[in-house]
Design a protein around this ligand. Structure first.
Ligand SMILES: Cc1cc2nc3c(=O)[nH]c(=O)nc-3n(C[C@H](O)[C@H](O)[C@H](O)COP(=O)(O)OP(=O)(O)OC[C@H]3O[C@@H](n4cnc5c(N)ncnc54)[C@H](O)[C@@H]3O)c2cc1C
Length: 479
């Protein structure tokens, strides 16, 4: 039986035949077993369905698919590396006739222009490969996430990803010079510009970054490259409180300025999880502390970076802001430190269910937010084990709460919305955001009307209507 014989609906058969004509039969998948890989996501919160998975190999093929989908009112869910944490890349969550558009075959690095400090690449190139291609020419692409081996540049830009280098280099949108986007009707918005200066009207690329596939399909981008720091110094630091972590951040920035590339914050329980369940992991310091900071400096001067780090640590110890610290003595030790931070997201599951929050507040408010939110969840949900960690330098904390020891996982997770409400209310009270870097997708869609300024929300809907009047692009996500 051929693929087309297996179809029950004649309209779908005709539609699939047209897709096959665009990409070739090999790249239109509707076998349930093969599709399964694309239809669930890292947290296993969402399991989807679709007419098929289609894997175009060029911008022209994406454009032809979108034109066909527009003409047949077929909905399109774009997917890159499928590492998104809010369900945005999973079809079949609403009453829509959807295809999953995998962008992974768009995997060419089209050009690296060292003098312009740019790389032009296609949406399906993984973040790790983007970093490696930059390194080959002695440059740096600074975006860095624990999912970098799988996530794609297209997905990073569509979610405006954050990660561990935002403090020094900004979010994904700050790293983009130009964009190529296929619109809902199949037209191609081609703006692969390398220009640093171009004030000839609205800068449309920013509409698509952070739009989670609801306004257009990103097929290629011109990203910014940076000088590669010649000297790196990485330290693990133990502290008694978030208040002291904030003082340590202020001190580090005052002394290290833009050389402070990373300032990551981890609770003691977070370290325990990684040491207990991770391979090749161990406590970073000989003594135990309530809180830890992973700080990394990067400098164009190899000679001075160690001195700057030592100056920061000595001043912090003298002021009794930090309790202990160890500086990585080798690249292997640096990798050990980073492993403690990067494994944390994935190892939490070994402690049972976790209710998660990706929140941000103004940096100065972070200690007060943590005090209040930790007290509130302890009081409302006795026995829970908080694992707050994340990007303190950006005011962004993954406020994850693990179930009490021995609790029933499903019963615990059934409190997801109730706990979200407690944490989000405190976040909003401090002028924060309920989605700092992971986006909205379906996970947080229904929360937007209550928290977004009505004028802002109305403008978002107007833009969606203007760019995608038939609502074929990732329907039911974000809005
Ligand atoms: C272990 C782990 C750690 C993580 N750490 C971080 C972190 O530190 N910071 C952070 O920000 N995120 C983090 N994430 C979340 C995730 O990796 C990011 O959101 C990433 O940017 C998603 O990229 P992706 O290619 O996997 O996109 P997908 O998951 O495939 O898609 C994400 C969204 O983008 C849309 N999309 C994908 N490609 C395109 C395209 N070409 N055009 C238009 N729309 C598109 C999808 O429809 C979906 O709405 C982490 C995830 C995991 C599993």
């Amino acid at each position: 039986m051929t693929m087309l014989d297996t179809l029950s609906a004649a309209t779908d058969a005709e539609f699939l035949a047209k897709l096959v004509a665009i990409t070739g039969e090999k790249h239109v998948i509707n076998d349930a077993h093969e599709m399964a890989l694309y239809l669930s996501e890292p947290r296993e919160l969402f399991h989807g369905s679709a007419i098929c998975v289609v894997r175009p190999g060029s911008t022209a093929e994406v454009a032809a698919i979108l034109k066909l989908c527009s003409e047949t009112s077929t909905h399109v869910v774009p997917q890159g590396g499928n590492t998104g944490l809010v369900g945005g890349q999973i079809p079949g969550q609403g009453p829509y006739r959807e295809i999953l558009l995998s962008l992974k075959r768009l995997d060419k690095v089209r050009e690296i222009d060292v003098s312009s400090n740019t790389m032009t690449l296609e949406a399906g190139v993984t973040l790790l490969r983007t970093q490696q291609e930059a390194e080959k020419v002695g440059m740096l692409f600074p975006l860095s996430l624990a999912s970098e081996g799988s996530c794609t540049i297209g997905g990073n830009l569509a979610t405006n990803a954050g990660g561990t280098a935002v403090l020094a280099y900004g979010n994904a949108r700050d790293l983009v010079q130009g964009l190529e986007v296929v619109l809902a009707d199949g037209r191609v918005l081609s703006n692969l510009s390398k220009l640093k200066k171009d004030n000839t009207g609205y800068d449309l690329k920013h509409l698509f970054m952070g739009s989670e596939g609801t306004l257009g399909i990103i097929t290629a981008a011109v990203v910014k490259l940076f000088p590669r720091p010649r000297g790196l110094s990485t330290a693990f630091v133990g502290l008694s409180s978030p208040q002291n972590a904030l003082k340590f951040l202020d001190l580090a920035l005052a002394r290290g300025g833009n050389d402070v590339k990373t300032f990551e914050f981890i609770s003691r329980f977070g370290i325990e999880i990684v040491v207990r369940h991770g391979q090749n992991t161990r406590d970073p310091l000989s003594s135990q502390h309530n809180w830890y900071v992973l700080i990394e400096l990067g400098s164009m001067s190899e000679a001075s970076v160690e001195d700057t780090m030592m100056g920061i640590l000595e001043a912090a110890a003298e002021a009794e802001i930090i309790e202990d610290a160890v500086v990585a003595a080798s690249l292997d030790q640096r990798a050990d430190f980073w492993r403690l931070r990067e494994l944390l997201s994935e190892l939490q599951k070994f402690e049972g269910g976790s209710i998660k929050h990706d929140v941000s507040v103004p940096v100065a408010k972070l200690p007060d937010f943590l005090d209040e939110a930790l007290a509130a969840v302890a009081q409302r949900f006795p026995g829970v084990r908080p694992v707050p960690f994340g990007h303190l330098g950006d005011g962004n904390i993954h406020f994850n709460i693990t179930q009490p020891v021995g609790a029933d996982k499903d019963k615990y997770l059934a409190q997801w919305d109730a706990m979200n409400t407690v944490v989000h209310d405190i976040t909003l009270k401090f002028g924060g955001s309920i989605s700092a870097e992971h986006g909205v997708g379906t996970l947080k869609r229904d929360l937007l009307p209550a928290i977004k300024d009505p004028v802002h929300l109305a403008l978002m809907k107007t833009i969606k209507q203007a760019l995608d009047p038939k609502n074929i692009l990732n329907p039911g996500k974000m809005l």
